[in-house]
Design a binder for this molecule. Structure first.
Ligand code: BV8
Length: 224
């Protein structure tokens, strides 16, 4: 059975990673477009670099929770028939043991050099110079997908959704495209669809089943 699981900030909430919208629309005190758009980066690159440096540093203080671990167990039984597509830029799925993870919005632990287009695994602050010859720290940006930018590996995501027998969305407010459309793309080719979220969302009625409660409880109950 082919399964696609889409995860959002809600799956990492119980690990202590702040969600994107639960804090009344401000994201760690910032207006979204100020820190998650190319315009915001152009306007104030050091603010944006610091915003991502703080979030990357926070990763060292958090651990995968029971929901991440349950999806890693599910991969051990389904193998390549399971794909986790995450909107999250944290590494909690990988640290729980998942291998088939598609980061459609990029990753905190990766950096992109604007000067030469190279991307690098990145653990330090973005104020350090990248390893590419001739490039300076001024040309480094977080390797994440901002509003108005093309999400990563959409062709692979679309292919997986077309093959899916089951599509499960965990901990996403379904307010960001194209991720919010995945349930429709899966359903129209015949997949069964299920939503797991603390509360109902704008998309709850589009799912065959909507289970409400914390991901740390409901995902293991579903997987096991
Ligand atoms: C694109 C950066 C073209 C990385 C992010 C008008 C109409 C429609 C669309 C648009 C429009 N104007 C512009 C657009 C497009 C735009 C968009 O959708 N805007 C919205 C806001 C209107 N989208 C884009 O620009 C995207 N690119 O469209 O390119 C294209 C289209 C198709 C194909 C190819 C190209 C790029 C979007 C990426 C933006 N970057 N982040 C980073 O710094 O993190 S998005 C940002 O929101 C987050 O990173 C996250 O990835 C995303 C979604 O948030 P969620 O994960 O859902 O989190 P949220 O806080 O919202 O919700 C948490 C949920 O968890 C809640 O439901 C809560 O109830 C639940 N929860 C909480 N605790 C728990 C829980 N559930 C279970 N258990 C718990 N314990």
């Amino acid at each position: 059975m082919n399964v696609v699981v889409l995860t959002g900030a809600g799956i990492s909430a119980e690990s202590g990673v702040p969600t994107f919208r639960d804090s009344d629309g401000l994201w760690e005190g910032h207006d979204v477009m100020e820190v998650a758009s190319p315009e915001g980066f152009r306007h104030n690159p050091s603010l944006v670099q610091r915003f991502y440096d703080l979030r990357r540093a926070h990763l060292a203080k958090v651990r995968p929770n029971a929901a991440h671990q349950a999806l890693a167990r599910l991969e051990r039984s389904l193998g390549d028939d399971l794909l986790v597509i995450t909107q999250n830029v944290d590494d909690l799925h990988e640290r729980a043991g998942s291998r088939n993870v598609l980061h459609m919005h990029g990753e905190l632990r990766s950096a992109l050099c604007l000067a030469c287009g190279e991307r690098f695994p990145w653990e330090r602050d973005l104020a350090h110079a990248p390893p590419c010859p001739g490039c300076t720290s001024a040309s480094l940006r977080p390797d994440v997908v901002w509003f108005g930018e093309m999400p990563y590996r959409m062709d692979e995501a679309l292919y997986a959704l077309q093959q899916a027998d089951l599509f499960v969305a965990v901990g996403t407010s379904a307010q960001v495209q194209p991720a919010a459309a995945f349930v429709h793309w899966a359903a129209e080719q015949g997949a069964r669809t299920m939503e797991i979220n603390l509360a109902s969302t704008l998309s709850s009625d589009d799912f065959d089943e909507s289970r409400q409660g914390p991901a740390g409880e409901l995902v293991p109950r579903w997987v096991d």
